[in-house]
Each structure stands twice: as C-alpha cells, then as structure tokens.
Write a protein that binds this ligand. Structure first.
Ligand code: HEC
Ligand code: HEC
Ligand code: HEC
Ligand code: HEC
Ligand code: HEC
Ligand code: HEC
Ligand code: HEC
Ligand code: HEC
Ligand code: HEC
Ligand code: HEC
Length: 507
C-alpha cells in the first residue's frame, strides 16, 4: 500500500513541475532551432543566392568566372587526327561563365553524398553543376565543361525521342567516388538492350540488327573495309560464317611465307619471325604502329643496285629518286672505272624466285654499253624483276621523266599508292592491351594467310570463348554492352576527321 501512495505523490510532483512556466528552456530551444536553421539553411541559402552578403566569410564577392583548362584531361582517342586532336577533350573548362561559388562553400552542408572521383575537385563548389538554386541540374551545367560530348546518334538524321534524355538521368551523382566510371561500364539510365533489342521500332530505316545480349543475341560483326569499286571511303561488310573476306590492296605480302615454322631465309641464315617483329604496339596499346619497308622488310629485301657487287642500295621511295641515284651511280662507274661500295662486307640479298626465271644475279657495272644503257638495264631489273615488283603494283609508263633530273631519260614507272592501315571495328572499343595474355593467333589466322588481301579479323565466336553476356558464366568475363561499346561517339564534326570512318553514317 505504501508504494501506491509514493507513486501518487510522484505523479503529483511531476504534474506540478510541468505546470511551472518553461522560462529559459523554451527560449533555449528556439535559439537552438533558429540557430540550426540559420547555419544549415539561412546562411548557406543567403550565401549561395548572394555571395556578396557574406563578405565577412572569407572570399569576396565574385563575378561569373571562366575556369582555367586542366592539363589535357583526356588524351584524344588515337583515331582522331592531330589536326583536330586539340579540340577533343573529355572536359574543356574554358570559355564558359560559371556562377560564383557560394562564399566559403557554405552550401556544402546540403551535400547528399560524395561526388564521383572525376568531379571531386568541385566538392566545395556546388554551383559548378547546380547553377540555379532550388532547380534540377540542367544539361547546360554539364555542357559548360563537356562541350564536345556528342549525342548517341546524329539527332538531325535519326530522330529517336527516347534518346533525348537529360544527362543527369543517366549520369547520377553523389553516389560515391567511382560511381560514374562504374556506371559508364554498364547500361546507365535507359538500358541499351531496351532499345537495341527492337531497334526497328525506334528507327525503322536502320541496317543495324537487333541486339540484346552478347552471349546469344548479338549479330556477327561487320568490319570496315575500303570500297572495292575504286570509290574513296569505306563500307561495312558482315564477316561470313565460313571463309574469309577480301580487301583490295596494292601491297603484296603473304604472311605464310614469312611465318613458316621452318623459318625464312634472311641475310644471316634462317630466321624465325614472330608477329612482334613487324607489329609493335602503338603508344596506348590499342593498335599497332605502321609496318614499314625500312624497319620491317629491308633487312632481307635490300634494294641493291648491283646484286652481286655492291652493298649500296637505291633509296626506298619516289621513283625519280631511285632513277636519279641509278643514273648518277653508273655515270660514276663509267667515268672512274670503279664500282663504289660502302665500307663493310657485302650482305646477302633475298632474291625472290619466280617460276621459270633464272636467278643468276646480273651485273651491270661491267656490262657492255654506256652509263645510260647500264642504268636503264639495271632499273628494269630492279623495278620489274628483283625489287619493287616483289611488293608493289608496278606499271611501266611511256615517255620521259621529270625534266632536268638525271634520271629523266631512263624508262619510267608508276608505283601504285600503298593504302594506309585503318581500323576494322570503329563501333567497338577493342584494345589489344587488354588481350596481351592471349596469343595473336587466337584471333588472327595470319600464319596460314597467303595473300595480303585476306581480312584476318576474328568473328564473334572467338570473342565468345572468353566473353559471356551480362550475366556471369564460369571462366568467362561477364560483358555488359558498356565493356565493348561507347555511348557518345565522336559525332559529326570530330568524326569527319576519323580516318576510316564510314561515310554517311555519322553515328
Ligand atoms: C559534377 C556536378 C555536381 C556537383 C559539383 C554537385 N552536384 Fe549535386 N547533383 C548532381 C546531379 C547530377 C544530381 C542529380 C540531379 C537529378 O537527378 O536531377 C545532383 C543532386 C543533388 C541533390 C539532390 C536533389 C536533386 O536535385 O535530386 C542535392 C541536395 C545536391 N545535389 C546537392 C549538392 C551539393 C550540396 C553540392 C556541393 C557540395 C553538389 N550537389 C555538387 C551534380 C552535382
Ligand atoms: C567544372 C567542369 C565540369 C562540370 C560542370 C561537369 N564535369 Fe563531368 N567531368 C569533368 C572533368 C574534369 C572530368 C574528368 C576528366 C578526366 O578525368 O579525364 C569529368 C568526367 C565526367 C565523366 C566521366 C567520368 C568517369 O569516371 O568516366 C562523366 C560521365 C561526366 N563527367 C559527366 C558529367 C555530367 C553528367 C555533368 C553535369 C551534371 C558534368 N559531368 C559536369 C568536368 C566537369
Ligand atoms: C533509345 C534508343 C537507344 C538506346 C537506349 C541506345 N541506343 Fe544504340 N543506337 C540507337 C540508334 C537509333 C542507333 C543508330 C542505328 C543506325 O545508325 O542505323 C544506334 C546505334 C548504335 C551502335 C552502332 C550500330 C551500327 O551498326 O552502326 C552501337 C554499337 C550502339 N548503338 C550501342 C549502344 C549501347 C552500348 C547503348 C547503351 C549504353 C545504346 N546503344 C543505347 C538507339 C539506342
Ligand atoms: C614480316 C612482317 C610481318 C610479320 C612477321 C607479321 N605481319 Fe601481320 N602484317 C604485315 C603487313 C605488311 C601487313 C599489311 C598487309 C595488308 O595490307 O593487309 C600486315 C597486316 C596484318 C593484319 C591486318 C590485315 C587484315 O587485313 O586483316 C593482321 C591482323 C596481322 N597482320 C596479324 C599478324 C599476326 C597475328 C602475325 C604473327 C602470327 C603477323 N601479322 C606477322 C607484316 C607482318
Ligand atoms: C627475315 C627476312 C625477311 C623479311 C624481314 C621480310 N621478308 Fe619477304 N621474303 C623473304 C624471303 C626469304 C622470301 C622468299 C621466299 C621464297 O621464295 O620461298 C620472301 C618473299 C616475299 C614476297 C614474295 C612472296 C612470293 O612467294 O610471291 C613478298 C611479296 C615479300 N616477301 C614481302 C615482304 C614484305 C612487304 C616485308 C616487310 C613487311 C617482308 N617481305 C619482310 C624474307 C623476308
Ligand atoms: C619488300 C617489299 C618492298 C619492296 C621490295 C619495295 N617496297 Fe616500296 N613499300 C613497301 C612498303 C611496306 C611500303 C609502305 C610502308 C612504307 O612506306 O615503308 C612501301 C611504300 C612505297 C612507296 C610509298 C607509297 C605511298 O603510297 O606512299 C613508294 C613510292 C615505294 N614504296 C617505292 C618503291 C620502289 C621504287 C621500290 C623499288 C626500288 C620499292 N618501293 C620496293 C615495301 C616494298
Ligand atoms: C565482348 C564485346 C562486346 C559486347 C559485350 C557487346 N558488343 Fe556489340 N559489338 C562488338 C563488336 C566488336 C562489334 C562490331 C563493331 C563494328 O561494327 O565496328 C559490335 C557490333 C554491335 C552493333 C552493330 C550491329 C550490326 O548490325 O552490325 C550493335 C548495335 C551492338 N554491337 C550493340 C551491342 C549491345 C546493345 C550490347 C549489349 C547487349 C553489345 N553490343 C555487347 C562487341 C561487343
Ligand atoms: C582477342 C583477340 C585478339 C588478339 C589476341 C589480337 N588481336 Fe589483333 N585485332 C583484334 C581485333 C578485334 C581487331 C580489330 C580492331 C579494330 O580495328 O577496331 C584487331 C586488329 C589488328 C590489326 C589491324 C589493325 C591496325 O590498326 O592495323 C593488326 C595488325 C593486329 N590486330 C595484330 C595483332 C597482333 C600482332 C597480335 C598479337 C600481339 C594481335 N593482333 C592480337 C583482335 C585480336
Ligand atoms: C582469350 C580470352 C579472350 C578473348 C578471345 C577475347 N577477350 Fe576481350 N577480354 C578478355 C579479358 C580477360 C578482358 C579483361 C576484362 C576486364 O578488364 O574486366 C577482356 C576485355 C575486353 C574489353 C575491354 C577492354 C578494356 O580496355 O577494358 C573489350 C572491349 C574486349 N575484351 C573485346 C573483345 C572482343 C571484341 C573479342 C573478340 C574479337 C575479345 N574481346 C576476345 C579476354 C578475351
Ligand atoms: C542514355 C544515357 C545517357 C545520357 C542521356 C547521357 N549519357 Fe553520357 N554516357 C553514357 C554512357 C553509357 C557512357 C559510357 C560510354 C562512353 O564512354 O561513351 C557515357 C559517357 C559519358 C562521358 C565520359 C566519356 C568518355 O569518353 O569517357 C561523359 C563526359 C558524358 N557521358 C557526359 C554526358 C553529358 C554531358 C550528357 C548530357 C548532354 C550525357 N552524358 C548524357 C550514357 C548517357
């Protein structure tokens, strides 16, 4: 019973206490509330609306500013020519007026989460993206820096409303330091397959086949090849299920002869050539440096004027330079009666045997006739039998050469221009460096190729040995579209300079 009375009196005491005026405590709560409101809403709000109102908080008011360029934010893609390279930046921060930052970065307190690593430098400068307070991020905010980002397809040519999404609907911020890079590897926002699995409903005219997953619903690749009808530019041709595509070229080069397991004759005996002897990776490891006569062929296919007597070579290059050298050489031989040679031993020459042809090296320096006839005979031998014709499409021309050059009165030839190397799969992001553990022959049947015309590009089956689709598979790399494809392609202006770009397809 006693406990009951105690409880009652405690309740009475508590009621009495509550009835007393709050006095200082209510005031304190209000002060605290207003204080918190002021610090986290009022002050940053005022500061962000009018940086000038907070001069006592560090930085003075600023005009809209133009940022300095950060040093080369991203190297231009290798397929962009030097002339346009300077225009290609992932982010170019110049020439755009940004609103002044909030004084002392007070608006930081509203940060809903860490910015991506790429944008971390602006963690204290919310207005760089949120230019207008209390408004969603605008595309213009992003485009101030990302000036050259292109649409997925040329909007003037292909009207697909679903593609007109806001930048921020795909690139979501405040999700952690690596969020954007990670998002980029996958389909972000609107899924690639949502659209590409039924691409014709979005764009009926397309010649692109439907795609929904790399593992089992992705078409065989198309490769980009030079037109075969003499037209400039490129066409895209789908790889056949069996056999090989051909691409016309004027350079003769059979891989098989040079890659024979038993070796190939070189100046110092049999040589076992490897792919790397001719194909050196380029600076970023994506593709390869050009193969050249001087660096990769000439050690064996020397251009000797006098196969048996001299280790002197004619220059490799324009026809007049070759003819001038020959003419001057035989004039010298005729006037001095000596055959000048370079210091050092005579090197062996690889002579390419042609069926039914005698291969005894011919000597012109001591042959009957004058300098002109010796030079002519030697030129014919070089251009049409032992040297140029081995690798080039060579045509004898009627008439004389360039006036006032030593070789003008010799027979004349035309060497068909050698086409430059080009990319084969411009719509994908294939990098050789990511595949350096695989042997070249996993993907290129070069060892058995007997013509330079053969297109040695691998089909999708080869890739599927190692690449699964979006869902993981044992011993395979799970491969979302973003692993192999970009989304924003260099578009109409930059793309025009891409060697090997497909005409009429600005995608
Ligand atoms: C690199 C650009 C960038 C910077 C810098 C940036 N934000 Fe954001 N912020 C975004 C994007 C993008 C969204 C998502 C907007 C959307 O979906 O409309 C976002 C969303 C928000 C949101 C959620 C409201 C909304 O619109 O969804 C808040 C709050 C926010 N940001 C505050 C900040 C603050 C505070 C800072 C400075 C510390 C800041 N942001 C810096 C890009 C940025
Ligand atoms: C003040 C300039 C600036 C603004 C504004 C800006 N960015 Fe960036 N952005 C950059 C820089 C710099 C990089 C990093 C470039 C690099 O590291 O190569 C970058 C990188 C990116 C990347 C690549 C990230 C990655 O890790 O692969 C994406 C995507 C991106 N920004 C999207 C946006 C979007 C969307 C907006 C608008 C909400 C935006 N940016 C606003 C400067 C800016
Ligand atoms: C809203 C629809 C849509 C979305 C989403 C979309 N695309 Fe596309 N894509 C297109 C259209 C339209 C084309 C142009 C086809 C043409 O040129 O005929 C195209 C072209 C392409 C091409 C070139 C095809 C060719 O043969 O020239 C590739 C590769 C590609 N998209 C990959 C992607 C990837 C990867 C994603 C996701 C990151 C994606 N697309 C998201 C509509 C879309
Ligand atoms: C003696 C030098 C040499 C060696 C060794 C060599 N290549 Fe080549 N390769 C060339 C030349 C020259 C070309 C350009 C010919 C042309 O126009 O197609 C070429 C072109 C190629 C191409 C592109 C041609 C196409 O149309 O598809 C591939 C792929 C290639 N080589 C792979 C290899 C591989 C793999 C090896 C090793 C197994 C190898 N090469 C060894 C000289 C060489
Ligand atoms: C290691 C020495 C060596 C190198 C380097 C070399 N070749 Fe050869 N090449 C040979 C030999 C030896 C033959 C003759 C093979 C035969 O007759 O069986 C030959 C034959 C050829 C043939 C004629 C093939 C035929 O049978 O019709 C061509 C064309 C050719 N080479 C082009 C090139 C080109 C182009 C390069 C540089 C990219 C090159 N070679 C580099 C040694 C070499
Ligand atoms: C063993 C093969 C080989 C022989 C022999 C050879 N060339 Fe070449 N030539 C090449 C290769 C490979 C290229 C392309 C790469 C380069 O310029 O080095 C080329 C390029 C050229 C070019 C430039 C063509 C262009 O479109 O820019 C000229 C001109 C030329 N050669 C002339 C000659 C002449 C003249 C001879 C004979 C004296 C000769 N070549 C012998 C392999 C050869
Ligand atoms: C393992 C790499 C890889 C993956 C993963 C991949 N692709 Fe491809 N895709 C390629 C290559 C390589 C090509 C041929 C590139 C070219 O034509 O220049 C290609 C071609 C295409 C084309 C052109 C089709 C045509 O008719 O020629 C489209 C569209 C495309 N891919 C969309 C996608 C989409 C959407 C996904 C995700 C579902 C995807 N790809 C996943 C490598 C890949
Ligand atoms: C996993 C498959 C794979 C492997 C392994 C591989 N390649 Fe390739 N290679 C490709 C593809 C795909 C392309 C077409 C890329 C493009 O043009 O976009 C290509 C293109 C090429 C080209 C022509 C492109 C150019 O720029 O001239 C050469 C040459 C070449 N590869 C040589 C090699 C050599 C040498 C090796 C070994 C060191 C090798 N490749 C290993 C898949 C492979
Ligand atoms: C021998 C196995 C193998 C083959 C064959 C192969 N890949 Fe890969 N590929 C890989 C591995 C492993 C990676 C690294 C995955 C990663 O970085 O997450 C990779 C990465 C890639 C990447 C991303 C490269 C990067 O820079 O991150 C692309 C694109 C790609 N492969 C395309 C292809 C295409 C197209 C083919 C067929 C022509 C092919 N691969 C064939 C094993 C292979
Ligand atoms: C439909 C989704 C989508 C929209 C909308 C979109 N992007 Fe992207 N963006 C991507 C994907 C996917 C990638 C990664 C593939 C790539 O590198 O192209 C990417 C990559 C980027 C990159 C990095 C490029 C690089 O080379 O690494 C930047 C910067 C970028 N986007 C900026 C923007 C800007 C600015 C806008 C608005 C004008 C925008 N994006 C709109 C999907 C989108």
């Amino acid at each position: 019973m006693a406990g009951h009375t105690d409880n009652q009196s405690a309740v009475v005491r508590e009621l009495a206490r509550l009835k007393r005026p709050l006095g200082m405590r209510r005031l304190l709560s209000w002060v605290l509330f207003v204080g918190v409101l002021g610090v986290f809403l009022g002050l940053p709000g005022v500061a962000s609306l009018r940086a000038a109102w907070a001069p006592f908080l560090a930085e003075p008011a600023q005009e809209a500013r133009v940022l300095a360029a950060r040093p080369d934010p991203q190297k231009p893609p290798d397929y962009i020519e030097a002339s346009t390279a300077s225009a290609w930046h992932l982010a170019d921060q110049t020439d755009h007026a940004y609103p002044p930052p909030t004084a002392a970065g007070l608006d930081r307190v509203w940060n809903p989460g860490p910015l991506s690593a790429a944008h971390a430098p602006w963690s204290d400068d919310c207005k760089i993206c949120h230019s207008t307070p209390f408004k969603r991020v605008q595309d213009a905010d992003c485009l101030g820096c990302h000036k050259l980002i292109h649409a997925h397809v040329d909007p003037d040519r292909i009207d697909v409303p679903a593609l007109a999404a806001r930048c921020a609907s795909c690139h979501q911020e405040h999700r952690g330091s690596f969020a954007l890079a990670e998002q980029n590897r996958h389909a972000v926002g609107s899924d690639c397959a949502d659209c590409h699995s039924e691409i014709r409903t979005h764009y009926p005219e397309t010649r692109t086949r439907p795609v929904s997953d790399f593992a089992d619903a992705h078409p065989q690749f198309r490769v980009q090849l030079r037109h075969d009808n003499g037209k400039r530019g490129f066409q895209r041709v789908r790889l056949p299920e069996k056999g090989m595509l051909k691409e016309a070229t004027t350079l003769k080069f059979p891989h098989d002869v040079h890659l024979k397991r038993s070796g190939v004759r070189g100046p110092a005996g049999k040589q076992h050539m490897k792919c790397a002897d001719c194909h050196a990776p380029d600076a970023d490891g994506v593709s390869f440096q050009p193969v050249t006569m001087a660096a990769h062929c000439q050690s064996c296919h020397a251009l000797k004027m006098e196969p048996a007597l001299s280790n002197r070579e004619v220059p490799h290059g324009p026809v007049p330079a070759v003819l001038d050298t020959l003419r001057e050489f035989y004039v010298f031989v005729a006037t001095t009666g000596t055959v000048p040679r370079e210091p050092g031993p005579l090197t062996d020459t690889v002579l390419v045997r042609r069926p039914g042809e005698s291969r005894a090296p011919r000597v012109f320096a001591t042959a009957a006739g004058d300098a002109h006839s010796r030079a002519s005979a030697s030129a014919i031998e070089l251009f049409e039998k032992t040297a140029c014709v081995v690798c080039h499409d060579v045509k004898r021309l009627a008439g004389k050469g360039k006036p006032d050059t030593p070789g003008a009165d010799l027979p004349q030839w035309k060497i068909a221009p050698v086409p430059k190397a080009h990319g084969f799969m411009p719509k994908a992001l294939f990098a050789h460096s990511a595949h350096s553990t695989a042997s070249c022959e996993t993907c290129h049947a070069a060892r058995t190729s007997d013509h330079a015309e053969e297109v040695l590009m691998p089909g999708i089956k080869t890739c599927r040995d190692c690449h699964a689709g979006s869902s993981p598979a044992p011993d395979k790399v799970a491969s979302d579209c973003g692993l192999c494809h970009g989304f924003h392609w260099p578009g109409t202006t930059v793309h025009a300079a891409v060697p090997g770009s497909v005409e009429g397809n600005p995608q």
